[in-house]
Design a protein around this ligand. Structure first.
Ligand code: COA
Length: 174
């Protein structure tokens, strides 16, 4: 998927590089960040972080693309698209921000530029989002970005022996 460095008022969204390993480990082992990510366990080792870093550094992928969100050159989160469907021109959006930066408008800022890029350069028509029903902050973010609730799947993710319901939101890029 077509990569481009993206800028917003406060943020620079760039490619990941090998030096981001410590950030990836710290970020995806943080209980606040991973609390509602029922499709993956929090990271427990640098080896696990290294696998995830390889995934976000797979710049030739036809399935996904992930930016490193930076504030004053410091990584503070990630966002991007996965489950890209070329025929349908659709993909699912994903995002996560370091806890100390929550509720300052940063993810709204980041996703606005990423969604603009999706329309202009990735030629996406529809962006979907899958969010745990108890993840209220993420739902508020999606609603603010004009995503529409399409359905609720009661058994979306099996995590530690229990199914967690998820809302599916959708945004048609106009
Ligand atoms: C979901 C998440 C990315 C939101 O990022 P954020 O930068 O804090 O979001 P914003 O500041 O842009 O806020 C967007 C809206 O969400 C709501 N919101 C976000 N955080 C909130 C908080 N801590 N308290 C109250 N409302 C909050 C607000 O309504 C806000 O809009 P408003 O300020 O105009 O009212 C962040 O909480 C996060 O990383 N969570 C953990 C990872 C995660 O759950 N990812 C999503 C998986 S589906």
């Amino acid at each position: 998927m077509h990569y481009k460095k993206l800028f917003s008022k406060h943020l620079l969204l760039r490619k990941f590089h090998k030096g981001d390993i410590d950030f990836i480990f710290k970020h995806f082992s943080d209980a606040n960040v991973t609390r509602f990510l029922y499709d993956q366990e929090p990271l427990k080792s640098i080896e696990e972080a290294s696998k995830l870093l390889s995934w976000v550094m797979d710049f030739d992928s036809q399935d996904h693309i992930r930016w490193c969100i930076t504030l004053k050159d410091i990584p503070i989160g990630t966002c991007g698209f996965h489950l890209y469907d070329a025929e349908m021109k659709s993909a699912e959006i994903g995002y996560d921000l370091a806890y100390q930066h929550w509720n300052k408008g940063y993810m709204t800022e980041a996703l606005n530029v990423v969604l603009h890029h999706a329309k202009q350069n990735l030629q996406l028509h529809t962006v979907n989002a899958c969010v745990a029903t108890d993840n209220t902050f993420s739902q508020k973010l999606l609603q603010k970005l004009k995503f529409v609730l399409v359905k609720t799947d009661p058994n979306k993710h099996l995590y530690r022996g229990k199914y967690y319901p998820h809302h599916i939101y959708s945004l048609v890029l106009k």
